[in-house]
Write a protein that binds this ligand. Structure first.
Ligand SMILES: [Zn+2]
Length: 94
């Protein structure tokens, strides 16, 4: 099986409608072809996103940092007028 044949069987593969013998060939190709492995991986993630299945694992540390950054921005935007007034009210020179 080459890449073109593999890609033509891709939808069958994801639908689970694939012939067992073909599935063996598909898996064999996946084991040897990084390009098609990436295609399958990307397609699977895309399908998961569209199904609404939360299979994408967001690292907890990144999630916390992102939340902190968003909160920081919200607080900063709320305080922005005060900060601007203070900055412009600062006397120039000494
Ligand atoms: Zn391939």
């Amino acid at each position: 099986m080459n890449c073109t044949e593999f890609l033509s069987k891709l939808t069958d593969y994801f639908d689970g409608q694939i012939d067992p013998a073909l599935l063996t060939e598909v898996k064999a190709h996946l084991g040897t072809c990084h390009h098609c492995e990436v295609v399958v991986d990307t397609t699977r993630k895309t399908i998961d996103v569209y199904r609404g299945a939360v299979t994408y694992e967001f690292p907890e540390e990144l999630s916390n940092r992102l939340r902190a950054a968003v909160m920081e921005r919200c607080l900063a935007s709320g305080k922005l007028p005060n900060i601007e007034v203070k900055a412009s009210a600062k006397p120039a020179g000494q």
